[in-house]
Design a binder for this molecule. Structure first.
Ligand code: GCW
Length: 720
């Protein structure tokens, strides 16, 4: 581990705690983790782990611990509403966090993971009802650093908005001939698996769990959703390897989930069928799941990709996805487990000549009619957009279409379509837009509320009311993302891509956090304090705050998506997917470009949204520019809301985007000396590639549309 970058938990981040006197009160394995963290920090920075009765600057205590020191007791005795203020969880106090957590309560109503933080009479106090809350409280103090020990601060309760905050790993045990070891992984090999076996030394996995806990993540799945032959055995004869990972991450409050192959009863159980309604199939899953829980009592549950891109599923037996999900939910229920059933179901053998089939419609068409049929512990996991993690997509209409189902929203931290960790692309601004989208308009709940409290929202719909804001209610499916981590020295290939992993966890805890403030937090923790940090912080903000929009500018225009090289999905290939069976087309010809998804003349996809969005997207007058070509096929001369024409917009944004990439590199070049030279060099090498790639995107996209349209650039710039 000596050569592994500490990411946002360098020893320095613990200086404020480590140089003081800290009392930890309570029992249980997670409290031991807190104690060990404090002891380690104190050993480094000369502080003390206080004994009960000693003076302390920081008290971290379970509310059940007795006796509590006076400051902690005073906090416990405070009237409930004094301590139930909206919790932003933001270190800087500038982040505009939404209130998090359950509807009411202060100390005593903190739940499994919540905590209350205050500073009274010169003592900083964290109280939690359960050990996990103490761990999250500790990391809050770490984020605050010296600020935690300044002026008194009023009590604030902090609870996670999402009950489950999960990272999925698309890791294979075997190195896949096409995809490598980690499908869509850009950070080296897997941290869990090596050379066809478990990694053996799990030091790295433990360190990962610690990093995740500091962001608030509490669940991981440890293998690819495309479950190949070797990996299928993790469920049975290789279960010991999963148990070892569970042991390594448990001290940080993280539960392990497993991707399973729907055809396992055939492949592993020797049955003739995997029909979800077959009694033997059910018995096989029940017995198998019983063994899983006998081995890993706190096992989280299964993740399933079924009837999707060649994976087996219930369709083979004429059954629905509710039948499939409920089979697994049923066998997991006795143990408190859940099944994450992915809604990424579409026809990947589409005929490109057929303009009526629309991949964007598929998840809704398959799943919306099943609303209300899924068991309570079946979570339908929906990608945030209807297509596939493109740089710009509308929010998936499925998220608003299943009010009686627990929905989890799936994001992609790994940058499959956003530069593959060779390009700087800070994704929190995109995720904020997704989480803040309100499918029923301004008065309705946003996506974060639906993922947080799906069932509560559904109840209010069933009562005939408008969808109420479900924020703070604990029954939703939560937030899931595909991890960007591998065995790379910097964890994420591009060192700046660490910020995406960090931001994901924090947004799952407080979906309202401001991406800029979040970046500040990450910078503050990751880079050593000192005279250079302000300058470095400025540089990083200039490079990263707008990097998603920069990436958008030089790649596929106006929400049309793809235009990437088929297979590996890196770099431009405008027609790469145009005549393929994958359903991802732009339909450019000499007259115009875009996909007509209107009800009036197109695929009818706009009708999958409730009002007002179904109207907003339907009409050329109101459709937002950035999604225009996702929803409409228009002539090149069509005038955007911005006043520019489509063709001129394509030229302008591509010239501007590539220029901004060059500016980003320039900024980093000037920052040489402000960070560790090896990290600087790694980022510089990536930026060289980004600049090259952005120019390639610019030139291919501009040349393509110039040749199609014949319309010259109004500014006479060089188009090849
Ligand atoms: O984005 C696509 C990827 C596939 C992936 C699939 C999915 C794991 O290109 O590699 O498969 O999505 O989400 O299942």
């Amino acid at each position: 581990m000596t050569d592994v970058h500490p990411a946002w938990l360098p020893p320095e981040a613990f200086r404020a705690i480590g140089s003081r006197r800290t009392l930890v009160l309570g029992d249980g394995p997670l409290v031991e983790t807190v104690r060990a963290e404090v002891a380690q920090a104190c050993a480094r920075y000369d502080g003390t782990v206080a004994a009960p009765g000693d003076e302390a600057d920081l008290v971290l205590a379970l509310t059940t611990a007795t006796p509590l020191p006076p400051a902690a007791q005073a906090l416990l005795d405070e009237p409930a509403d004094a301590a139930s203020g909206a919790a932003t969880g933001a270190a800087s106090g500038t982040a505009s966090g939404a209130a998090s957590g359950a509807a009411s309560g202060a100390v005593g109503g903190l739940g499994d993971e919540g905590y209350v933080l205050a500073r009274l009479g010169g003592v900083t106090v964290v109280l939690a009802d359960a050990p996990a809350g103490l761990l999250y409280g500790l990391f809050h103090v770490v984020r605050l650093g010296e600020q935690a020990f300044g002026a008194d601060r009023p009590a604030r309760a902090h609870r996670p908005a999402m009950r489950r905050r999960m990272l999925d790993h698309w890791d294979n045990i075997d190195v896949h001939p096409v995809m490598g070891q980690v499908e869509r992984g850009y950070s080296g090999g897997s941290i869990f698996w090596r050379d066809g076996a478990a990694a053996g030394d799990l030091t790295r996995v433990r360190a990962y769990a610690r990093l995740l806990a500091a962001t608030g993540v509490n669940a991981i799945s440890v293998n690819n959703v495309n479950v190949h032959a070797t990996e299928a055995h993790l469920l049975t004869d290789r279960l010991g390897d999963v148990a070892a990972i569970a042991d390594a991450v448990r001290p940080y409050g993280i539960r392990v989930h497993l991707s399973v192959n729907f055809a396992s009863p055939i492949a592993l159980g020797g049955l003739a069928t995997a029909d979800p309604l077959d009694e033997d199939v059910r018995a096989w899953w029940a017995a198998t799941t019983e063994r899983v829980y006998a081995t890993i009592p706190d096992f989280g549950g299964y993740v399933v990709k079924a009837d999707s891109e060649g994976q087996p599923g219930p369709f083979a037996y004429g059954r629905t996805h509710a039948d499939g999900a409920n089979l697994l939910a049923g066998v997991l229920a006795p143990y408190g487990g859940v099944v994450h059933w992915r809604a990424f179901v579409y026809n990947h053998r589409q005929d490109w000549r057929d303009r009526s089939t629309d991949r964007a419609r598929a998840a809704f068409d398959h799943f919306a009619p099943l609303d209300g049929q899924f068991h309570d512990n079946a979570i339908v996991q929906v990608k945030h957009g209807p297509l596939d993690f493109q740089t710009r997509e509308p929010v998936s209409p499925v998220i608003a279409a299943m009010p009686a189902t627990r929905l989890a929203v799936e994001l992609q931290v790994t940058q499959e379509y956003t530069g593959q960790q060779r390009h700087v692309c800070y994704l929190a601004p995109m995720w904020r837009e997704v989480l803040g989208f309100r499918p029923w308009g301004q008065d309705g709940p946003d996506v974060a509320a639906l993922a947080t409290g799906g069932q509560a929202v559904s109840r209010s719909l069933a009562d005939g009311g408008r969808p109420a804001d479900g924020g703070g209610l604990a029954d939703g499916g939560g937030l899931v993302a595909v991890s960007n981590v591998g065995d790379d020295r910097y964890w994420t290939g591009h060192p700046l891509a660490q910020a995406n992993l960090y931001a994901f966890g924090r947004l799952a805890w407080v979906p309202g956090l401001d991406p800029t403030a979040l970046l500040d937090e990450w910078i503050g923790l990751t880079f050593a304090a000192g005279p250079d940090r302000e300058a470095l912080g400025r540089t990083l903000h200039e490079m990263m705050d707008g990097s998603w929009r920069t990436y958008e500018r030089y790649t596929a225009p106006l929400g049309v998506g793809f235009m990437v090289r088929p297979g590996h999905h890196y770099g431009p290939d405008v027609d790469g997917y145009e005549y393929t069976p994958w359903g991802t087309y732009h339909f450019a010809d000499r007259d115009g470009v875009g996909v007509d998804r209107t009800r009036a003349t197109g695929t009818g996809y706009t009708g999958q949204y409730p009002q007002p969005w179904s109207e907003v997207y339907e009409s050329l007058d109101t459709c937002p520019d950035e999604l225009l070509l996702f929803f409409h096929h228009v002539p090149y001369g069509h005038v955007l809301q911005s006043g520019s024409t489509v063709i001129q917009h394509i030229y302008d944004t591509h010239f501007a985007g590539a220029e901004q990439a060059a500016q980003t590199r320039l900024r980093w070049e000037k920052a040489e000396g402000l960070v560790d030279p090896a990290l600087w060099a790694r980022v510089k090498e990536r930026l060289d590639e980004q600049v090259r790639s952005a120019e390639e995107w610019r030139d291919q996209v501009n040349a393509y549309f110039f040749r199609k349209s014949g319309v010259p650039d109004a500014h006479g710039r060089r188009i090849h």
